[in-house]
Design a protein around this ligand. Structure first.
Ligand code: AMP
Length: 402
């Protein structure tokens, strides 16, 4: 299947070609025709599947042929985080670069003035985080009354972050007659409830198994004593010569502490989390993308929306409390068909978190020891694994004999 089979505008096809996409990804194959057919869509697709183009291309196509006077926002994309807003906004700008359409991105944590002046120049597509959008609506800086497209991106994350009331509030400002698209990596009752409020007779699209982890990603879990995690991390990155490594921690403090320690180990590292200014986060991300920073340590919230081409290595330095975050974390690698490695460093107190992950992904991660880093608290692991009915399946015997 090719992009031209969707009957897309030649200006869009030109941009797609310039991006180097040769064929649509599975989510694009299903979503693009449904959206062009003006249906509401509820799609299960995690980051990395090409979901942004799956909604951006058919929206741009319809905006290109619409006869709107273009006085107000025609498409609104809500995202949970600023990073994702920037990423999605950039995608709209790139796919629509040969079209006379304007995309503006608005998010909190920075002065509103620049965003106000961008909006004053005219907006066709607005990509925004909920809080800043409400601020703009209250100031009457934007008019959503002639909106034709409303997209909720990463809806599961939006609910996790407590945006439900904001979403309800925003809904009061958008017209009842509109096309609504909901994208979510995971589904649960809360998402279905939200979808009933938002969508009208939606087409349900699922390209991945529900709550599935990215299939191209090899997943490994090393059991290791907590106090040796930093050491094993530096050892693996150094000895295997990994160049672009994204590490997840549970808290801002561990992100900062780890980044400091990794720098002492001679690995150029930066941390990003909610307490860092937007400028600092963007600089760190840019450095990570262009290779001047080798290791980026992030909390879950800060990592949403990160799109790093060909990121090969993700390390779960600490497992998340919310098992679904594991899926999002490892979805940072193995994007758009690339392969990746997701390594989990598992200390004895975290085995219950791994059990939660096993439950929602319906797979079992191989638990291994890395020779030289065998945990001392073996008893702890054995007892916990017995209780959970699971166990390690490889490497253990070999490690023990050493
Ligand atoms: P997304 O899931 O939207 O965050 O996209 C993940 C990555 O896939 C981005 O870097 C996109 O540029 C890339 N991508 C999207 N669609 C395609 C395609 N059809 N072929 C190759 N890469 C793509």
């Amino acid at each position: 299947m090719s992009f031209s089979s969707f009957g897309l505008n030649p200006l869009l096809l030109q941009a797609i070609e310039e991006k180097g996409y040769s064929q649509p990804t599975p989510i694009q194959q299903e979503a693009i025709p449904a959206i062009l057919n003006q249906q509401d869509v509820m799609a299960g697709a995690q980051t990395g599947t090409g979901k942004t183009a799956a909604f951006a291309l058919p929206i741009l196509q319809q905006l290109a042929v619409s006869d709107s006077a273009n006085a107000s926002v025609q498409a609104l994309v809500l995202t949970p985080t600023r990073e994702l807003a920037l990423q999605v906004g950039k995608s709209f700008q790139q796919y629509g670069m040969h079209m006379p359409l304007r995309t503006v991105v608005a998010y909190g944590g920075v002065s509103i003035n620049n965003q106000l002046s961008e909006i004053a120049k005219g907006v066709d597509v607005l990509v925004a985080t909920p809080g800043r959008l409400i601020d703009l609506v209250m100031r009457e800086a934007i008019d959503l009354s002639s909106l034709s497209f409303f997209v909720l991106d990463e809806a599961d994350r939006m609910l996790d972050m407590g945006f439900i009331d904001d979403i309800k509030r925003i809904l009061r400002s958008v017209p009842a007659t509109r096309q609504t698209l909901l994208f979510s990596a995971t589904f649960d009752d809360a998402i279905f409830k939200l979808s009933q409020k938002l969508l009208s007779n939606p087409t349900l699209i699922e390209v991945d198994q529900r709550n599935a982890t990215a299939s191209q990603v090899e997943q490994i879990a090393y059991e290791v004593d907590k106090h040796r995690k930093r050491e094993i991390t530096s050892f693996l990155i150094g000895s295997k010569n990994w160049q672009q490594v994204l590490i997840f921690t549970r808290t801002k403090k561990s992100a900062d502490d780890l980044a400091k320690e990794m720098c002492k180990d001679g690995l150029k590292t930066e941390a990003i989390h909610g307490d860092k200014s937007q400028g600092a986060r963007e600089r760190a991300l840019e450095g990570f993308k262009n290779g001047t920073i080798r290791v980026l340590v992030a909390t879950d919230v800060a990592s949403r929306g990160l799109d790093i081409q060909q990121l090969k290595y993700v390390i779960n330095y600490e497992l998340p409390h919310n098992a679904e975050d594991y899926i999002h974390r490892i979805g940072r690698t193995g994007r758009a068909g690339e392969t990746g490695l997701a390594l989990t460093l598992l200390s004895a107190d975290e085995t219950w978190l791994l059990d939660e992950i096993h439950k929602i992904t319906d797979t079992r991660l191989m638990q291994q020891w890395l020779p030289g880093y065998e945990p001392n608290l073996d008893q702890n692991f054995v007892q916990k694994n017995k209780k959970a009915g699971g166990g390690r399946t490889n490497n253990r015997g070999r490690s023990r004999r050493r």
